[in-house]
Design a protein around this ligand. Structure first.
Ligand code: 13P
Length: 393
């Protein structure tokens, strides 16, 4: 029997089920062991479920539709087609997206803003039920946005840890099964050691709290496209950022099989004199991932970061030309929604055409996940870049 002193149950709702001395010989008395080294084995209530959720999101030919813009950012999207930022306009837009027939063939998860998680269609059907019918896992943005980081070089940090455990438990009850926390790192601002450490620590605390409440955390330290730096410089910064992130994830006992990553692709800065080809971007990005990401992580779900719809799809396709240790896929917002918004224009008679536009992009990225996208037949609009300096989410 294990001595009661060696078992600590219910450490902040996780269970620590084993702790023993490394230098204890079989049959020797526990009391005589000269030195104890704690070896905690974490058996959270949700471990199996987290692994299953992450696997189902990272399933072949599918990726994530990100529509978790804060109300302010959603307002900017609506303003681009001449609509006011009202709750009913936001709901109409999200309804169009989430009720697209056949979406589940290409989309495995949808990241929602809190308002959308609790909303229903105009016919009274909960959005989370619309998603479940298409076998799409509902997700939720849980961070509270970026604010200036005092003591840094004009950099920011991400808020939202206070009350996160209880909010996450409520989101789980409402049907969410994964979460997103986006923090950013700026290359032109340094990045400073302080900003990188803060970003990594915040992500790790968030990831541990999410897993404790049954939500698969998407870990997103976005390395912003802003700047005129080379692709080599982006690689260097990305390797540094991901090494810090994994260091703190491990320190917080985060289960790697139950997380998803949302990295930026490794590209030159948006203002760099030369553009890189999809093959070069794939080479650098995969190099960074192989050096830093353990194969236990089930899925890499890239953000689009201001690339055009077609660029984001071509780059993803280039990364899937040979097998990877992880599912390499997409979690795009701008690169899935741009054509949809332009087609919809806020008019009810355009809803069907806009849903078709969403399916076109979702299918293109599904093919890219399988490494089978050719880029044929894409229209000029989809090739336009969407980079915005100092983009806020
Ligand atoms: P995009 O960069 O693809 O617009 O989205 C970023 C994001 O974090 C969405 O959840």
């Amino acid at each position: 029997m294990v001595s009661a002193g060696l078992v600590k149950l219910n450490a902040s709702s996780s269970q620590w089920i084993g702790q023993q001395s490394f230098n204890q010989r079989p049959g020797s008395s526990l009391r005589s062991a000269p030195r104890r080294v704690a070896l905690p084995i974490r058996a959270g209530a949700y471990t199996e479920e987290l692994v299953q959720t992450a696997k189902s999101i990272a399933s072949p030919g599918r990726g994530i539709l990100a529509i978790d813009e804060s109300n302010a950012t959603c307002g900017k999207r609506l303003a681009s087609i001449g609509l006011d930022n009202t709750e009913s306009n936001r709901q109409a837009y999200r309804q169009l997206l989430l009720t697209t027939p056949g979406l589940g063939e290409y989309i495995s998860g949808a990241i929602l803003f809190e308002e959308t998680l609790y909303q229903s269609t105009t016919d009274g059907k909960k959005f989370v039920d619309c998603l479940r019918e298409e076998k799409i896992v509902p997700g939720i943005k849980v961070d509270k946005g970026l604010v200036p980081l005092p003591g840094s070089n004009n950099e920011s940090w991400c808020q939202g840890l206070d009350g996160l455990a209880s909010r996450s438990a409520e989101y789980y009850k409402q049907g969410a099964r994964f979460a997103k926390w986006r923090t950013v790192v700026s290359i032109p601002c340094g990045p400073s050691a302080l900003a990188v450490k803060e970003a990594a620590w915040g992500l790790a605390r968030y990831a541990a709290i999410s897993q404790d409440n049954g939500l698969v955390p998407i870990v997103e330290p976005e390395i912003l496209l802003d700047g005129d730096h080379s692709i080599e410089r982006t690689l260097e910064v990305a390797e540094h950022v991901w090494s810090e992130v994994f260091y703190y994830l491990a320190q917080n006992n985060v289960i790697f099989e139950g997380i998803l990553l949302k990295p930026s692709m490794v590209t030159p800065g948006a203002e760099h004199k030369e553009k890189a080809s999809p093959e070069t971007i794939a080479k650098y990005t995969l190099k960074m991932l192989r050096r830093r990401v353990p194969p236990a992580v089930p899925g890499i779900m890239f953000l689009s970061g201001g690339q055009s719809e077609v660029e984001a799809t071509l780059n993803l396709n280039a990364m899937n030309q040979s097998p990877n240790p992880w599912h390499v896929s997409f979690s795009y917002a701008r690169a899935l929604q741009n054509s949809v918004l332009k087609t919809w224009k806020g008019l009810p008679e355009n809803v069907e055409a806009a849903q078709k536009a969403l399916l076109v992009r979702a299918k293109a990225n599904s093919l890219a996940q399988l490494g089978k996208y050719t880029g044929e037949g894409e229209n000029e609009e989809a090739k336009k870049g969407m980079f915005v300096k100092d983009y806020k989410y």
